[in-house]
Design a protein around this ligand. Structure first.
Ligand code: SAH
Length: 243
């Protein structure tokens, strides 16, 4: 099944952008996902091709018109979730990314100016997604982030090396630290255990490092991880390939 991405934007030239390179670019070339960047302006109804108007009630900035947005959405097949990038949306998570990657694709609405006319969300069943607690000038970068996260999970995109289950957030923990050659660099060594060849010891070290890093850097994730373990004593985290 091909993952179909449609982006509704005022700047279709921004796509595929970085997603035309590397892993995602190769997968696009191979037809593992498709991209349709649609210009919202094509759905304007007046001769000046207006897409925005002043906010009802006054105030600064411009708001994207609901009728133009609806016409753009209605031009896309309704076989997949419709997402809008908004700072107030649900924070994007690896769990949601995985669900989306397993589905038929996504339609993503990219805001500009002050954002969307509120009526569009309910009228078209739009799911709002945020990529973090900061303000971008438009939703396009957010759409690229979301797509990148989905595409690397599509079957055959990352190759046999990893299905991504070992990655930070997949286990509910941050990842353990990595090292490679040279073994000694500017007086800094690689932990002895990683050179021991003892796979059981290495796995135990990695598990303990993942737990320590998570506890120190992200107490919020750690609390959730501990909570999940209490609920399922068999261990809520997925087995790493070394276990
Ligand atoms: N007035 C809005 C911000 C608009 S920023 C507010 O105060 O909430 C313009 C557009 O950029 C938004 O419509 C949205 O599509 C996008 N955007 C900005 N920050 C974002 C974020 N953190 N996550 C996702 N999209 C964002």
């Amino acid at each position: 099944m091909t993952f179909a991405a449609t982006i509704l934007t005022l700047y279709p030239e921004m796509f595929p952008g970085p997603l035309g390179l590397s892993l995602a670019g190769r997968a696009l070339g191979e037809g593992k996902w498709t991209l349709d960047a649609v210009n919202i302006r094509d759905f304007a109804i007046d001769k000046h091709r207006t897409v925005d108007d002043t906010p009802a009630g006054g105030g600064a900035g411009m708001v994207l018109r609901v009728d133009v947005l609806a016409a753009a959405i209605d031009s896309v097949p309704r076989d997949r979730p419709i997402l809008a990038m908004t700072p107030r949306g649900a924070p994007l998570s690896q769990a949601r990314v995985r669900q989306l990657a397993e589905g038929p694709g996504v339609t993503i609405l990219c805001g500009r100016f002050e954002g969307f006319d509120e009526r569009i969300f309910d009228a078209r069943g739009v799911e709002e997604v945020s990529i973090g607690d900061y303000i971008l000038s438009g939703g396009e970068m957010g759409a690229l982030v979301l797509l990148d996260a989905c595409i690397r999970l599509l079957p055959g995109v990352m190759g046999a090396a990893s299905s991504g289950v070992d990655e930070s957030f997949e286990t509910g923990l941050l990842e353990y630290p990595h090292y490679t050659r040279p073994p000694m660099w500017e007086g800094r060594t690689i932990p002895e255990v990683l050179r021991s060849g003892d796979h059981a010891r290495i796995a135990a070290w990695r598990k303990s490092m993942a737990e320590t890093e998570t506890r120190l850097r992200r107490p919020d994730l750690w609390e959730r991880h501990i909570g999940a373990r209490v609920q399922s004593p068999s261990g809520a985290h997925a087995k790493t390939k070394d276990e």
